[in-house]
Design a binder for this molecule. Structure first.
Ligand SMILES: [Fe+2]
Length: 175
């Protein structure tokens, strides 16, 4: 179950999925809860994980022009987890929407909406589907569990890259 924590300017926790959805949708972020009940192993290949959820993501991809998908699979035997964590941990934007479907484990999306002067974080867990609009400043944290399986989908074959803001904003909030 997702948990939304407002960090600035007010501090508040929201656990009701319907309220989280309204909060995120009001800001242009798609948040939904899908079914994620396929049994997966840490050792499963990217292809196996993609295949297991093709029935969920395939129709969404076709309808919305997504052409490529990959998998983030981090678990206790993954080498260099801290280096992987650091890749996502600085505030950045993308030139296209960032879409993730969490099929196991967890991770925190942090959002910094400058026009609203808001910072909030969303704990994403198994079954959570999120689409962050292009240009939104955000970062992502694998800690403290360092255990996540999430499918990412892309509108271009090469996928997006992170454009770092170098604001240092994340340092106030990260673990
Ligand atoms: Fe991102």
């Amino acid at each position: 179950m997702a948990i939304l924590t407002l960090l600035d300017p007010v501090r508040k926790e929201i656990k009701n999925p319907a309220d989280i959805k309204i909060f995120m949708n009001n800001r242009g972020i798609i948040f939904e809860q899908w079914h994620a009940s396929m049994p997966l192993q840490d050792t499963d290949s990217q292809e196996t994980i993609l295949k297991a959820y093709e029935h969920e993501l395939g129709p969404y991809m076709k309808k919305n022009g997504y052409v490529n998908a990959d998998v983030i699979n981090v678990h206790q035997d993954t080498p260099n987890v801290e280096a992987i964590r650091m890749k996502f941990l600085s505030e950045h934007t993308h030139a296209e929407d960032e879409v993730r479907f969490f099929v196991d484990g967890e991770g925190f999306f942090y959002f910094h909406l400058e026009d609203r002067m808001e910072v909030f974080k969303l704990l994403c867990e198994k079954g959570d589907f999120i689409s962050v609009p292009k240009g939104f400043t955000h970062w992502f944290d694998l800690a403290p569990r360092y255990f996540v399986k999430a499918i990412r989908i892309f509108q271009t074959p090469e996928g997006w890259v992170a454009n770092y803001t170098n604001s240092g904003k994340e340092q106030k909030y990260n673990l």
